[in-house]
Design a protein around this ligand. Sequence first.
Ligand code: ATP
Length: 695
Amino acid sequence: MGSPSAITTGESVERRPHHLPPRRGVRVVGKIRPFLDKDSLCTVNPSQVSVVKSDGGHAVISFMDHSASRTESYKLDWCYEQDEGIDQIFLKEINPLLDGVLHGSNTCVLGYGARGSGKTHIIQGSEENPGLAPMTVFELLSRIEESGGSLSMSCYEVNQDHIYDVLEPKEQEVLVLEDAGRRIQLKGLSQAPVTSVSDFERMYFHGLNQHKGPQKSVTDAQLRSHRGLIVYVAAVDKETNTSHLGKINFIDLAGYEDAKHISNPKPHLSETAKVNKSLFQLLNVVYALNANEIHVPYRESKLTRLMQDFISKKSGAVLITCLNPVLCQDTTHVVGMASRSCQVVNQYRYDLSRKHKSSLRQVLPCSPSHGRTSTINSSTKKNENIPFGSIEKKGNGATPMTKKGNGFTPATTRNQYLRTSVKKVGTFQSGVDEKHANDKSLLAKGRKLFGATSPITNSLQDNVVIVSEAADHSSREEVVVEPSLVGEGAHVSDTSKELELLKPIVDAVPATEPNSIQSINQAVSSDPHDDLKDNQNLINTTGESSPLLSEKIREISNSLKLLSCQTLSINTPQSNALFAKKFIMDPMDPKTPVPFNLNLDENAAFENMCTPQDRLRTRSTGLKKSLVQECLAFLNSANKEELKSLKGIGEKRASYIVELRESDAEPFKEVEDIKLLGLSSRQIGDMMTSILETI
Ligand SMILES: Nc1ncnc2c1ncn2[C@@H]1O[C@H](COP(=O)(O)OP(=O)(O)OP(=O)(O)O)[C@@H](O)[C@H]1O
């Protein structure tokens, strides 16, 4: 072996054979653990998980809860079933990454799941049944034996946002630093050469098992941390006579466990909360990468900072979501988060050409609400007609989310497409026409309540414009799902979120408010199908839904555009101030903070600097941000009694918050942290409204 002329070091750059499609940031696959004896202790029927795989390369996992006559389905990039072994995962998911690693790429394999779902079994395994990490090392050893090169490894543990070396345990934690080239350096993490399989097994199994053995004791079970193995590969490319340094990181993440149902003793509550928070942060990074977002929140925790070196938009990393074969809340949470992060929706398109009128190729966005979407019934090819996403109620008294009986005409197919483009799981979704009607009705309500130029009204207007544009496209023969309409369309999802949040706020406005608030309240809270009825009337008068509807919407949006051209001000009367106090922006959608309390001079400068819409948007962002900050400050400082006075906070949650503060003086730094309390977005909105009412 001649000495190589150049050395290239690990970059998270994809190097795949040309015949394979480019990989996305992080591939999200599922693995269902085989049924174990301990699962039979579970009261629910074990045969309730089912997987439907499509030729298009994705899988829908459905959990059937017979007792509640309910099915929940989640879509992932792929799923390995109970009878599929680790070797199959290795061949299909890991082996294709190794070429890249040997050519200087960095990548990562993450084992994610609820507690006891088989993460360690898959990532680490045992000497008798090696997991993915040992299999990879064996494969790399044999490859570099042929081509030349060397291997070394590091093991680390991430505990409570501190990283520790496992091979050479020491007091000081490992520091995550960035060098001049903005590459991550792990200061204090030892590296040991790996020259043989036995070398590796000795260090890996015995090193790791000091912390976590196959047979975990009760005490060990309480120690919850993320454990990682980094394999460094220095390989020589004989063709170019260059040497490459690539890395692959295997992380056995700590298991997710719902803090509310925790069986652990109290001292472990905050540990659980921290583990859950770090998992949430990691999943946010995966989501941002797969959604191709500009900002990837690597800096949220030590774990995500460390990961910055290994996962990027083209790293081809794999997140293996380990699933228990029985339905439980933790499993559905985990698979929901994974489904949300995989963003498969952006990969597909709907072909609505005449040739394929009845063929809806793909349904569904991974909804931000844990990846659930509503069921869509259509006659499609085998495996593509997936009753997907869904909380699908069956049996007596159950109300399906989709409306049946109208057939699945091309028009509804088109609408179905539109619905999936703009919808958001929750109150405001039930078909595009209903959506139009809802939007229109909310728009009218918003205008009455807040004035035509309020931020909310503007947002609603934007939404209507989008729907209108989409309706226009639908009249063409082929409609392609544009990222701007789905998933990446922050515009759309923001508005949908606002719509969702608007309803409780409109409901919450007291009847003593001026104008038509009472009638608005009636309109919002009376018959949930009223909006739909309005819309159906609209459709029935012509017999044709889309053209008239889109015209109407365009008309409304044009009038609103005209209105919004006027100079806007949100420093208006008391009643609007009351609204401002009540209005809470989507708590899950943090925006760049802008000082809202501008003095007069600043205000004048600000007025000159951009369009009225920009100013309004910026101001409302500042307002929302400062209201959110008020709420967080309240949660970080209020006493137990004050906390209990909030909507959704009882004795248990209040004690939990107080307890969180013992380990971290300010546990709620951003709205996402409130999720640690186990509240839904809606409940968080309600709770924040009640905080604003008290301050
Ligand atoms: N594919 C599998 N085949 C056979 N047994 C399995 C499989 N996956 C997991 N198990 C068994 O299930 C139990 C729990 O697995 P494991 O320790 O890997 O879970 P975990 O998700 O790492 O748990 P924790 O979150 O507590 O770290 C172990 O006894 C393991 O042997």
